[in-house]
Design a protein around this ligand. Structure first.
Ligand code: R64
Length: 438
C-alpha cells in the first residue's frame, strides 16, 4: 500500500530480471510432486491448443478404496464440523499453523459460524473434511477440505462439476516431511470416488501453472487503526488528518432502494448474477439452494456473509453485492487486538450505458454498509470487473498475489486484472476470472 512497498517491489522485480521466480528452497521437492500431477506444465502454458481434461477418463471403481498409507505414528480422520469440540480443534490447528503474513502480525480469527458456512454448503461431505491425527494422543495435526462447486467456462460453454480445495494446513512441526503431497493425493482419491475429476484452488505461491494471477487490493476504512497496527503507512507528503479526510465516507448508503437481501430474492438475484457473469471466462454456476447458502448463510442473520440488493420502484432487483467477514487477530500490539476485514464476494448489476458509474456507486455502498460491522479494511482482488472501480473507490494494491489453479483441466490463460510485467492494475478492463474462492 505504501510508497516503501512499491520501491521494494520494484527492487525485487529488478533483481529477478522482471521474472517471477521461486524463492522457495523446496522448489525441487515441490516440482517432484507437481510434475506427477495432472496440471499444465510451465512450458506448455503458452502453447495450449485446446481446452480439456489432462488425465485419461476414469471411473470411480478404478480408484483405490483405501486411504493412502501415512507415516507410522499418524492416522487419517474426518473432522466432524457439526461437533463443537472438533471445530475447536480445527480452530486451534488453523490459528497456530495456517498462512501468516510475512511479519507474522496477523492471523485469521475464525469462528464456528465461519467454518460452518465455508465447509457445509449444499452437497458437502464429511469425508471431504480430511484430517490427520497423532495416533497416540489424538492431536489434530493436518487438515484439507473439499467442497462442491460447479464452474462454467464461457468460451467453450463447458460446465464442470468440481470441488474447491481450501484450508490445507499442516502443523508447523510437521513441515518438510512431505505430508502436503499425501494430503492432496488423499483428498483427490476421496473426490474421485464421487466421480469428480477436477478441482479449483488458489494460493499465494506459484505452482504449475496458474490460470490467472490476481493482486490483493485494500480499501482502508479506519485508517488510523490500520496505521496503529502497522498495516498502513503515512506517505511523506501527507498528514494523519489528510489521510482521514481522503478515506472519509458518508454514514448512509446512497443508492435508492438498497436493502438487505432476503430469502425471497434468491431466485431473481441468481438470474441477475448468471446473466452478469457472461462477461467473464470462468464463473461459478449456483443451484438455488447453493446460492441461498453462499449469500445468506445458515439460518437467520449471518455474522459472516452480508448480501444487499437494489430494488427499483417497480420492485425489480437491478443490482446486488455481497461480502464476507473474517477478521484478523493482531499479535503483540498495545492498542488493538483485532482487525475487522471484509472480503468482496459476488456482485452484479444490470446497468449498461452507465456501467462504470453504477459499479462505483454499488461498491461505495458496500464500503459504507460494511462500517456497521466494524470493518477496518475492505479487501478484494483484481478479478471480476473490479478494475472499473478500484481507483475511484480508493483501493490500493497490496503486496499479496493470489494464483488460481484448475486440477486436471487445461484452459487458455486468463487475464487476472494486472499487467504481466509491472503487476499494476489494468484500469477499466474485465478480467477473465469471475469465480471467487474464500
Ligand atoms: O488482504 C489480505 C488477504 C487478502 C485476500 C484478498 C484480497 C486482499 C487481501 C491480508 O492479508 C490483509 N492484511 C494482512 C491486512 C489486511 N488484509 C488475506 O485474501 C483472499 C483469500 C482470503 N482467504 C480467507 C480464508 C479462507 C479460508 C480459510 N482461511 C482463510
Amino acid at each position: 500500500m505504501s510508497d516503501k512497498k512499491s520501491i521494494e517491489e520494484l527492487l525485487k522485480l529488478l533483481a529477478m530480471g522482471g521474472e517471477e521466480k521461486q524463492e522457495d528452497p523446496q522448489n525441487t521437492e515441490k516440482h517432484k510432486f507437481w510434475s506427477t500431477q495432472p496440471t499444465v506444465k510451465y512450458e506448455e502454458a503458452s502453447k495450449i491448443a485446446a481446452e480439456g481434461p489432462i488425465d485419461k477418463i476414469k471411473t470411480p471403481d478404478q480408484v483405490p478404496n483405501n486411504p493412502l498409507p501415512l507415516i507410522d505414528q499418524f492416522e487419517w480422520c474426518t473432522v466432524d464440523v457439526e461437533n463443537d469440540k472438533e471445530l475447536d480443534e480445527l480452530y486451534k490447528l488453523l490459528y497456530d499453523n495456517y498462512v501468516e503474513d510475512t511479519d507474522a502480525t496477523f492471523r485469521f480469527k475464525y469462528s464456528h459460524e465461519f467454518f460452518k458456512w465455508a465447509l457445509k454448503p449444499p452437497g458437502w461431505r464429511k469425508d471431504w473434511h480430511t484430517g490427520v491425527r497423532v495416533k497416540e494422543t489424538g492431536k489434530l495435526v493436518a487438515f484439507i477440505a473439499a467442497t462442491p462447486v460447479t464452474i462454467k467456462l464461457n468460451k467453450s460453454k463447458t460446465i464442470i462439476d468440481c470441488v474447491e480445495i481450501n484450508f490445507l494446513c499442516i502443523h508447523k512441526k510437521l513441515r518438510n516431511k512431505r505430508l502436503a503431497p499425501v494430503m492432496i493425493k488423499e483428498i483427490t482419491r476421496r473426490v474421485n470416488k464421487q466421480d469428480i475429476w477436477q478441482a479449483l484452488y488458489t494460493g499465494g505461491s506459484i505452482l504449475p501453472t496458474p490460470l490467472a494471477t490476481c493482486r490483493y487490493q485494500h480499501r482502508p476504512l479506519n485508517w488510523s487503526k490500520l496505521h496503529d497496527v502497522g498495516f498502513s503507512h503515512l506517505p511523506a507528503n501527507q498528514t494523519k488528518s489528510s489521510m482521514l479526510a481522503h478515506y472519509a465516507l458518508p454514514n448512509e448508503p446512497k443508492l435508492k432502494g438498497l436493502r438487505k437481501m432476503e430469502e425471497k430474492d434468491v431466485k431473481e438475484v441468481l438470474e441477475l448474477l448468471h446473466k452478469y457473469q457472461e462477461r467473464f471466462e470462468i464463473v461459478q454456476l449456483f443451484k438455488e439452494e447453493e446460492f441461498k447458502h453462499w449469500m445468506l448463510g445458515q439460518s437467520g442473520e449471518s455474522n459472516v456473509i452480508k448480501s444487499y440488493v437494489v430494488e427499483d420502484s417497480q420492485g425489480k432487483i437491478t443490482d446486488f453485492y455481497s461480502y464476507y467477514l473474517l477478521p484478523f487477530t493482531v499479535l503483540e500490539n498495545t492498542h488493538h487486538d483485532d482487525l475487522g476485514i471484509a472480503y468482496l464476494f459476488y456482485y452484479a448489476t444490470d446497468a449498461e450505458e452507465n456501467y462504470k458509474t453504477r459499479l462505483n456507486d454499488l461498491i461505495t455502498d458496500a464500503l459504507i454498509t460494511s462500517k456497521k460491522f466494524n470493518v477496518d479494511v475492505f479487501n478484494c482482488l483484481t478479478c471480476q470487473d473490479n478494475s472499473f472501480f478500484l481507483k475511484d473507490c480508493k483501493f490500493g494494491s497490496g503486496d499479496g498475489y493470489l494464483n488460481y489453479y484448475l486440477f486436471n483441466y487445461k484452459t487458455f490463460p486468463m487475464n487476472g486484472g494486472i499487467d504481466k510485467e509491472t503487476k499494476q492494475v489494468i484500469d477499466d478492463k474485465s478480467s477473465g476470472v469471475g469465480v471467487v474462492l474464500l
